[in-house]
Structure formats: structure tokens, C-alpha cells
Design a protein around this ligand. Structure first.
Ligand code: G6P
Length: 505
């Protein structure tokens, strides 16, 4: 499905008001600045504002839901986090978007520093994120964070209720930032259809039990009519967590949980990307020129190129991949001077100690490989810990011989799918952690256990020497899957299922 087909598929929902709730906003207003005039100002690093610009975050979620919102109208409720967000919205935080063709409303919620700290950094990212990923990072549970999480969920729910007004509505909630909101909305408006997509894994019952507010979280989520996860395995984990932790009837035949006389359906909806955004240049000559430019910018001559593209997050297994690369150089001396690993790391959540530690750990792993194996003329790892545009990333994907995704645990992982979509030349090898949701769809990837360093190192070597016809065979089958299961199929399936529930009630 493409964007236009999605528009017509969800056309039947036009009678209902569509309300999306997500922590991140689809359009963000930021001030454009330049160094202030005058030597003193310049010395003090002062800046002056020269205007406001509207940016669209490079997020899979925005790509998927923006076309739906354009087609159906409605309201997207999000945390207003841009430094010019207030001045571009009305007194209630509302602004019409997209700026060039206003067709739906973005409603921004303003959070105090204490709310943002407790709800976003604290409970969402220091407690729920490690709890659900089980990547051997201990979740931190602070009562004050929980209080802010409850408060912010309540504030967003109040905004939803205000936006629903007296019309039928479908409320589509995103992710682990809002586990309590569905119940708050359902209690106030039982007539409204509430569905949620949980973008991260759901752990097994034993792992979830440590959460002090487990019952409240499950009760909140069961306010949904429909709750989606990426894969069936996470649905099963959720159902057994409820079965053993809460008074509820769990119906394994229909994948529903009954509580308080009404059901919540639990279903898998594997998320994807918009492959058209990752298409290679049509002409072979342009592609060759692009690859040459990327390789030149990295100072490569004829070395093989392995790439890694991640948010700097401890669930992504970046140290593990660097160690495996180092091990490969230990055991296969023939690669000395003949291969380079480019690691791109987008800074993320860097107020949190765990993320600062990860940054330091990655730096030391890079240093360890480079100092052990590097020579005067060859640096095995090039590390770029900075934001890159999707266009820059696409060029890297196309220039690489191998792309490595080595998450310790990941709900889906879209980098894997982007790399596949970018390789219209049917070349390149995807090395993919078996602990990603993507591994279940992309069976033709070279699958690895990132914890098993020796086997991982051997797989990297195998990927580098894979014959062209085998690359093509694997790439073809994975491109077929990514081409036929797009992010628009994901959004369409979810919203159509929500629409059916609206009719059933
Ligand atoms: C994951 C989450 C998203 C989140 C993204 C980036 O993919 O599932 O909800 O938006 O990470 O993290 P951030 O904290 O910067 O929004």
C-alpha cells in the first residue's frame, strides 16, 4: 500500500473524529539563529533570532500517520517541545498543519521541567524502556517519576476528551509514554474507540513483575478496545502477564482480555517504512557517482565498508558489534587494511546517566579497535556520533557492502528495512540480530546473536565474502517483503481494525 491507497482505505473513517496521541509532534517550530553582531556578543557566543522554521522530524511514526491525518482531518496531540512552538500556536496550543496545506490540527501540550523529567526521562525512559527491553539494564522506579507519569497521562487524556467533543471518535495512542491514558479516556467517554500501538517489546510475566505499578499499568492499557504489538510473541507475553497478574478473563482463542465486562483485543501489527523514500537514483551512473562521493568523504580507497546506523541507545548492541568487528580482525588477519566500519550514532536522551555511560563505552570500544588494529594509513572504525539527515543515511546504505543491526532486543528495528529498501541494486548484506522483530520477517538476513562474540565475528566475515549471486537472492526476497508490507499497510490495518470495533460496539 502507498500513501494514496491508505487515504482511500481509511476513507470510511471520515465520519469519526480521529485523534492521535504521541509524545513526539509531527511538526516542530524552532528559532533560526545566527551569531549576534558585535565583538563582545561574538566572544560571549550570543545569538540573535532571525526567524522561525517548521521542521518535520525524521520519524517512522510521522511518515505513517501524517498522510492519514491529512486524509481524515482530526487532531494530533503531542508534547510541544520546540523552542518556538508556543509563539506559533494559539492560546490552547493549537496550530493547523501541514504549514503549506493546513488539513489537521496539532494540539501541543506544554510540560513543566518537572513533568518532562518525571514522565519522559524518569518513568518512560528510566523505568519502562529498560523493563520492556530486558537488555540487562536495571529499570529505576522512583515514586516521584510515577506521580508525574500519572499526572501527564491525565493531562493528555483531558486534552483528548476536550478534542472529542460530541462526535464519534477513534483515539489512536502511541507507545509506552501513555499506558494510563486509555483507561482515563474510556472512563470519561465509553462511547469512544480507543486503540494503542506499543512500539517496544512486551516482556515476559516474570520480568514485568518487578514493576511496582504493574497492576495500574495493565489496568490502564486494558482501557483500550485494541492493543497492538509488533509481533505475536509480544502479544502472548502481554496476555500471560495479564492472566497471572490481574483479575481478568483471558480469551486465548480470540486474543482478547475481558475486564469489567468489556474486551480489549490484542493483535500483532508489524510496523514498516515508506520504501519510496529510500529509492536509489534511477541511473546507474548517478548511483556510482554517489557511492564514490560517500567513499571519498570517508577517505576510503578500495576497502570494504560495513555500516551501523543507530540512536545511541544501550539496547542497540553497539559495543557488542564493535567487539565482534575487533574479534574478526583478530581471527582474520587478511582483513587488515581492507575493511572499515562506519558507525553513525544519533544522540538520544542524553540527560540520562545510562545514555552518557553508553556514549563513553562506545568511544572506548572504538578506541580499543583502532589502537589495536589501526596502522599509519588505515583506521578500522570511523565513528560519527551526530545527527544525519535521511538523505545522508540513504547514501551510506547504498555505498555499504554490509549493514549491521545488532540490537540486544528491539520491537522491530526500521534501519534493517531502510537498508533493504535502499538497495535497488540487489547488492549488500544485512547482518541482523535475531532479537529484533524485523528478524521474523527478514529471514534471508544473516542472523546473529550479538551476545555470542565469536560467532558474530565469523558472520561478519561471511557477510564480507558472500558471493554476488547469493547477495542478490537474499536481497530479492527481503525487498519483496519490505515492498509489500509498508508503513501504510501497518496504519491501514490498525485503523481498519479500530473502525470495525467501532461498528461492533
Ligand atoms: C523508540 C520509541 C519511540 C521514540 C523513539 C525515539 O523508537 O518507540 O516512541 O519516539 O524511540 O526516542 P525519543 O525518546 O527521542 O522520542
Amino acid at each position: 500500500m502507498n500513501a494514496a491507497q491508505l487515504e482511500s482505505a481509511v476513507g470510511s473513517l471520515r465520519d469519526s473524529r480521529l485523534i492521535v496521541v504521541a509524545n513526539r509532534e509531527p511538526y516542530i517550530h524552532v528559532r533560526k539563529t545566527r551569531p549576534a553582531k558585535g565583538v563582545i556578543n561574538w566572544l560571549r557566543g550570543r545569538k540573535e533570532t532571525i526567524g522561525v522554521e517548521c521542521l518535520r522530524p525524521a520519524s517512522g511514526l510521522v511518515t505513517a500517520l501524517d498522510p492519514v491525518m491529512r486524509a481524515c482531518g482530526g487532531t494530533w496531540i503531542a508534547h510541544g517541545s520546540g523552542n518556538a512552538d508556543r509563539e506559533t500556536a494559539d492560546a490552547r496550543g493549537r496550530v493547523k498543519v501541514p504549514p503549506d496545506k493546513p488539513s489537521y490540527t496539532l494540539r501541543r501540550i506544554w510540560l513543566s521541567p518537572e513533568e518532562e523529567q518525571g514522565y519522559y526521562y524518569g518513568l518512560a525512559n528510566n523505568a519502562l524502556w529498560p523493563l520492556c527491553h530486558i537488555a540487562y539494564a536495571r529499570p529505576e522506579f522512583a515514586e516521584s517519576d510515577w506521580q508525574q507519569y500519572v499526572r501527564v497521562n491525565r493531562r493528555f487524556a483531558d486534552a483528548v476528551i476536550e478534542e472529542v467533543k460530541d462526535t464519534p471518535a477513534i483515539v489512536f495512542v502511541q507507545d509506552y509514554h501513555f499506558a494510563l491514558l486509555p483507561r482515563f479516556v474510556k472512563e470519561a467517554r465509553p462511547d469512544v474507540t480507543v486503540c494503542q500501538f506499543w512500539h517496544i517489546p512486551w516482556p515476559n510475566r516474570e520480568a514485568f513483575r518487578v514493576c511496582p505499578w504493574g497492576e495500574q499499568i495493565l489496568h490502564g492499557l486494558l482501557g483500550n478496545d485494541l492493543l497492538g504489538f509488533h509481533v505475536q510473541y509480544h502479544c502472548n507475553n502481554f496476555m500471560s502477564t495479564v492472566d497471572r497478574g490481574l483479575e481478568a478473563r483471558v480469551d486465548y482463542e480470540h486474543f482478547a482480555v475481558w475486564r469489567g465486562g468489556r474486551p480489549t483485543y490484542i493483535k500483532p501489527f508489524p510496523i514498516s517504512i515508506d520504501p519510496s523514500l529510500w529509492k536509489a537514483p534511477a541511473k546507474t551512473a548517478d548511483l556510482a557517482a554517489e557511492t564514490k562521493a560517500v567513499r571519498q568523504s570517508l577517505g576510503l580507497s578500495d576497502e570494504k565498508l560495513i555500516c551501523g546506523v543507530d540512536r545511541l541507545d544501550y539496547t542497540k548492541g553497539i559495543p557488542d558489534r564493535l567487539k565482534a568487528f575487533g574479534r574478526m580482525l583478530d581471527t582474520h588477519a587478511e582483513w587488515s587494511g581492507r575493511v572499515v566500519m562506519l558507525q553513525i550514532g544519533a544522540p538520544s536522551r542524553d540527560h540520562l546517566a545510562r545514555y552518557q555511560q553508553l556514549k563513553a563505552e562506545v568511544e572506548s570500544c572504538v578506541e580499543a579497535v583502532n589502537s589495536k588494529h589501526g596502522t599509519d594509513t588505515w583506521q578500522p572504525v570511523i565513528y560519527k556520533p551526530e545527527h544525519h539527515s535521511p538523505e545522508q543515511i540513504a547514501r551510506v546504505y547504498r555505498a555499504a557492502d554490509v549493514c549491521v543491526v545488532s540490537s540486544l532486543h528491539d520491537g522491530m528495528n526500521l534501519v534493517a528495512k531502510e537498508f533493504i529498501a535502499a538497495r535497488g541494486d540487489e547488492r549488500g548484506v544485512l547482518v541482523l540480530s535475531e532479537f529484533t522483530g524485523a528478524a521474523r520477517e527478514l529471514e534471508a538476513a544473516v542472523q546473529v546473536n550479538p551476545y555470542a562474540v565469536d560467532a558474530f565475528a565469523e558472520s561478519l566475515h561471511g557477510a564480507l565474502v558472500m558471493p554476488a549471486d547469493e547477495q542478490r537472492r537474499r536481497m530479492r526476497s527481503m525487498r519483496e517483503r519490505v515492498g509489500s508490507h509498508t508503513v501504510f499497510d501497518w496504519a491501514g490495518a490498525l485503523l481498519q481494525a479500530a473502525g470495525r470495533m467501532e461498528v461492533m460496539r
